[in-house]
Design a binder for this molecule. Structure first.
Ligand SMILES: NC(=O)c1ccc[n+]([C@@H]2O[C@H](COP(=O)([O-])OP(=O)(O)OC[C@H]3O[C@@H](n4cnc5c(N)ncnc54)[C@H](OP(=O)(O)O)[C@@H]3O)[C@@H](O)[C@H]2O)c1
Length: 302
């Protein structure tokens, strides 16, 4: 196993698979990307999605709504995208403004077009071990483990973070009865007692809490695999903005068997998987239903 689990080579393989499938099926996948307000980090991510789509041959239609958009207006925009047969996937860029109910907005997206997995139907399918449109970040963690041949089955995976978009779906996907899952899982959060005791028990530790360099060497055991989902903006010595993860990379490197960098780790894989979801939705609209194993057989082979 390699020591540094880089995301870019894996993202390149996923993008190549997407292009291959688009050509094979003559598809014109189209995403409706809805941004509310102008949060700089969200705008950066949105521009990244738009340019990635162009490179992949997917159309991304961006709807930029003001920060004071009302719930009814947002829901009617989502309803219009649901009803449009040329739109295969809908993505709602977070964070949403305070006046918007996140759960209502997510539930408003047609489950068949819910490429960011916000609809409770898709989250419920994950709980039941059924294939669905899967949350890209959680899937990026599993793809990274699979690609770098990190043994997962039977291992103890500890996740710090219980959000509906990362920690909870990832925990449930790790429990799937699949050769690339079948893990024993512990999920920790801000109220967990003896957090360090729990994290020291991890064969694989996933940090998804949004606290810069939170995980320190005394919190991990020797030769554990460290997966860093966190992306935290931090001013560099030269005053320019930089990014660090939820794991103190330099401090933990020596003790770890393998580690994902930030940037250049999980985040680099996530956007390609969002487009894989778009492709999956576009194929399903043509009556072609592919599972995650069909799409990612080159990663999840036994
Ligand atoms: N790489 C990617 O593609 C990608 C995608 C999405 C998010 N992210 C990043 O991943 C991180 C998590 O995102 P998120 O949306 O899941 O965050 P979130 O919704 O804020 O959830 C954070 C979770 O971490 C827990 N937590 C916070 N502080 C903690 C502490 N001191 N000890 C233990 N648990 C603690 C919280 O516990 P409570 O539930 O008790 O509050 C919560 O469950 C962020 O850095 C975000 O930027 C990366």
């Amino acid at each position: 196993m390699e020591k540094v689990l880089y995301g870019k080579p894996l993202a390149a393989l996923i993008r190549a698979r997407i292009k291959e499938l688009i050509a094979e099926h003559g598809l014109a996948p189209r995403m409706r990307l809805i941004q509310t307000g102008n949060d700089p980090a969200a705008s950066y991510y949105v521009q990244n999605i738009v340019s990635s789509g162009a490179k992949l041959g997917c159309e991304v239609q961006l709807a930029s709504l003001p920060a004071n958009v009302g719930q009814a207006e947002l829901l009617s925009l989502i309803a219009a995208a649901n009803a449009d047969p040329q739109t295969h996937g809908i993505m709602l860029q977070k964070p949403l403004p305070r006046q918007i109910d996140d759960a209502l907005a997510g539930a408003g997206i047609d489950p068949a077009k819910d490429i960011d997995c916000l609809n409770p139907v898709n989250l419920g399918r994950i709980l039941l071990g059924e294939d669905s449109l899967l949350p890209a970040t959680a899937l990026a963690v599993l793809c990274t483990l699979g690609h770098y041949r990190v043994p997962v089955a039977g291992r103890h995976v500890v996740i710090i973070g219980r959000s509906a978009i990362v920690g909870k779906p990832l925990a449930n996907m790790l429990l799937w009865k699949k050769p690339w899952a079948n893990a024993s899982v512990t999920v920790c959060h801000s109220r967990s007692a003896n957090l360090e005791e729990l994290t020291r028990g991890a064969d694989i530790l996933v940090a998804a809490l949004g606290q810069a360099e939170f995980v320190q060497p005394e919190m991990i055991k020797n030769n554990c695999v460290l997966i860093d989902v966190g992306i935290n903006e931090q001013k560099r010595a030269d005053g320019k903005p930089g990014y660090v993860g939820d794991i103190d990379y330099n401090a933990c490197y020596g003790k770890a068997l393998a580690i994902t960098p930030v940037p250049g780790g999980i985040g680099s894989v996530t956007t390609s998987l969002l487009f894989l979801n778009l492709l999956k939705a576009a194929l399903a609209a043509q009556g072609i239903n592919k599972t995650v194993d069909d799409f990612l057989d080159f990663i999840f082979k036994e």
